[in-house]
Design a protein around this ligand. Structure first.
Ligand SMILES: [Zn+2]
Ligand SMILES: [Zn+2]
Length: 311
C-alpha cells in the first residue's frame, strides 16, 4: 500500500520549493483511528489506545457532519496576515458555542459503544450531564486546556473536551488556503491557531523527502520546521536523540539541554504509516525514560493529560 498524496502535496509536486504548511486532510481522524488500532496490540496501554481509537472515529464522524460554523471573517484574516499572527489563536479566539454541541454529539456517540469499561461510561455520562447543565464549567475547562493551565483541569474529562475542540478548530482551518495565512508567524507555534506541536515528523517522498514538519496539537495543521533545532527554544547546539533499546527506530525523543525539554520526532522512512498523535501516544514508555533522565515534555498529547509537575 502506498501513502496517497494529499491535495496540497500534489499542487506542490512541480515546484522546487517545499510547502511551508500542509492543512489537515479531510480524513485525518480516520487515519489516526486506524493507526491507533494498529498500534494497540502488545502496547502497555492497549486499552487506552483502543479507547482513543474509538474517540478518533467519533471525531471523524463529527468532522463529516454539516455544521453551521460562523463565516470566515476576511477583515480578521487580513489583520492576522498583516501582523504575522495566527488567524485562529486558540487562547484568544471567540469560540462559537457550536463546539459544545459537537462535544455533546461526540460523547453521545461514544456512549453507544457496548464495549466501554464502566469507569469510562460513568465518566462520559457525567461529562454529558455537565455539558448540558454547566456550560460555563465546560468553557472554563476548555480555556484551561487551550492555555495549558493544568492546575484546575478535570483530567478525566480533558481528552474528550480536547477532542471536540480539535474537531472545531480543524473545521475552522480546513476552509483556509495557504495564501490567507501570514508568511511568517512566531517560532514553534501553529501558523493557524498558535498552539504547540504534538510531535514532529520527518517526511518521505516528493519535494518533502527528509523535510521535517511539526503537527499542531489542536488543529493538526503541519508546518515546516528545520531539523536538529529545538522546537521549543530554537537551540541548535545541545540537541540529542533518544530511543528505547527495544523500541521502534521510527520514534525518537529529541531533547534540548538548553531548555531541558523534549518532543518526539517520527521518521516516515522507518514507518510510513506513523501518525503524529497516535505514535506519540503509543510510545509512552519513551516519555517515562525521558522523565527519568530529567527532561520535561514540552506539552501534553491532547489525548493524555497528566497533573502539573510541582516546580
Ligand atoms: Zn493549529
Ligand atoms: Zn530547547
Amino acid at each position: 500500500m502506498q501513502r496517497i498524496l494529499t491535495r496540497g502535496e500534489i499542487e506542490t509536486l512541480d515546484r522546487t520549493s517545499i510547502p511551508r504548511l500542509i492543512l489537515p486532510a479531510p480524513d485525518i481522524f480516520k487515519i489516526r483511528a486506524e493507526r491507533l488500532t494498529t498500534l494497540a496490540p502488545d502496547n502497555p496501554i492497549k486499552e487506552y489506545l483502543e479507547l482513543i481509537a474509538l474517540l478518533s472515529e467519533a471525531q471523524q464522524h463529527l468532522l463529516e457532519q454539516d455544521w453551521d460554523l460562523p463565516a470566515l471573517d476576511e477583515v480578521a484574516l487580513a489583520q492576522a496576515q498583516a501582523h504575522g499572527m495566527p488567524p485562529f489563536t486558540a487562547s484568544t479566539h471567540q469560540r462559537d458555542s457550536i463546539w459544545r454541541t459537537m462535544l455533546s454529539a461526540l460523547v453521545a456517540q461514544l456512549l453507544q459503544q457496548d464495549a466501554l469499561p464502566d469507569a469510562i461510561r460513568n465518566n462520559l455520562t457525567k461529562l454529558a450531564k455537565d455539558t448540558a447543565d454547566s456550560p460555563d464549567t465546560i468553557e472554563q475547562q476548555a480555556d484551561a486546556l487551550l492555555a495549558q493551565e493544568l492546575a484546575n483541569l478535570d483530567l478525566a474529562h480533558a481528552p474528550f473536551i480536547m477532542a471536540a475542540l480539535q474537531v472545531y478548530w480543524t473545521l475552522l482551518v480546513i476552509r483556509l488556503n495557504s495564501q490567507q495565512l501570514p508568511a511568517s508567524t512566531p517560532y514553534g507555534l501553529c501558523p493557524c491557531c498558535g498552539s504547540q506541536p504534538v510531535s514532529t515528523t520527518v517526511q518521505m517522498g516528493g519535494p518533502k523527502e527528509q523535510i521535517r514538519y511539526a503537527t499542531c496539537s489542536l488543529c493538526a495543521t503541519q508546518w515546516h520546521i528545520v531539523r536538529v533545532k529545538c522546537t521549543h527554544c530554537e537551540d541548535t547546539k545541545t540537541i540529542a536523540y533518544h530511543t528505547l533499546s527495544e523500541g521502534s527506530e521510527a520514534v525518537k525523543a529529541e531533547s534540548c539541554d538548553a531548555c531541558q525539554q523534549y518532543r518526539k520526532i517520527l521518521y516516515l522512512n522507518k514507518e510510513q504509516f506513523a501518525e503524529a498523535f497516535a505514535d506519540d501516544l503509543a510510545s509512552l514508555t519513551l516519555d517515562i525514560l525521558m522523565g527519568e533522565a530529567n527532561y520535561f515534555r514540552a506539552n501534553n498529547n491532547p489525548y493524555f493529560w497528566q497533573a502539573a509537575e510541582p516546580q
